[in-house]
Design a protein around this ligand. Structure first.
Ligand SMILES: C[S@@+](CC[C@H](N)C(=O)[O-])C[C@H]1O[C@@H](n2cnc3c(N)ncnc32)[C@H](O)[C@@H]1O
Length: 230
């Protein structure tokens, strides 16, 4: 079974994550007291069908499992919501990466991020690298918040193009269901969303004052940078 998406961005994304993981393990190699956990919240099957090349390539999960230099992770935790995809990854790991301390669970990433937070609380010698590569806006802010001060390096791919930006309509006229999605994803209240991303301007016209509400594009960029740094 394969995931179908991809192109150059997929390859670039995986190279960045794998390079970061190697650098992370190099640093952790000097922390002899620490054990390392790799958490992948949207793991996939381990194989990706690249649509424009009719080719199957290894996904991030398998590439991370292959890291030996400077050292492997002590523990791998893969979360995949779809049962068939989860079984495909599990089979792949059993056949090709036997002996790795790797666990694959079928669940929602939001639930397992909180499980990881609890695990790290109870196992102080562990440090984690977490990779969150969501479909759309399926990660909730409160799941991310639960990781605060837990010794985690967190990578989240934020879907600004088709996700947040699409929901933040230019004129601020956002439906209730979209607002709810934005609230959960951004961890902001409705008022905070409106104040943060929109600017109200009042213009005097022949027929009185005209109020217009416009999206401030730079705020979205700022917010995403904030998520990146926090
Ligand atoms: C983009 S693919 C993962 C690709 C993988 N990160 C890689 O680089 O090889 C996203 C996967 O997330 C799974 N998924 C979707 N929603 C999920 C959720 N809420 N929790 C966990 N997995 C989810 C999908 O079934 C799909 O297999």
């Amino acid at each position: 079974m394969k995931n179908q998406f991809g192109g150059n961005w997929t390859e670039a994304k995986m190279e960045i994550i794998v390079s970061y993981a190697k650098a992370y393990l190099t640093i952790m190699n000097n922390q002899t007291w620490a054990k390392t956990l790799y958490f992948d919240g949207f793991a996939g099957s381990g194989l990706i069908e690249v649509d424009d090349r009719e080719e199957i390539i290894k996904g991030t999960s398998l590439r991370i499992l292959e890291i030996q230099d400077p050292k492997p992770f002590d523990l791998y935790y893969f979360v995949e919501k779809d049962l068939k995809t989860k079984l495909a990854l599990e089979n792949n790991i059993q056949s090709n990466y036997f002996g790795k301390n790797a666990h694959v669970v079928q669940d929602d990433c939001n639930i397992r991020l909180k499980t990881m937070a609890k695990y790290l609380d109870e196992n102080k010698s562990f440090r984690a690298l977490a990779f969150i590569d969501p479909y759309g806006m399926s990660v909730n802010w409160d799941s991310i918040e639960s990781l605060k001060n837990k010794g985690i390096d967190l990578w989240i791919l934020v879907p600004t193009g088709l996700g947040i930006n699409r929901l933040l309509k230019n004129n601020g006229d956002i439906s209730d269901s979209w607002l709810l999605k934005l609230e959960k994803f951004l961890g902001l209240t409705r008022d905070e969303i409106k104040n943060h991303f929109y600017k109200k301007s009042i213009q005097s016209t022949l027929f009185g004052e005209e109020v217009s509400i416009n999206k401030e594009k730079k705020q979205l960029k700022k917010h995403v940078n904030f998520i990146k740094q926090d």
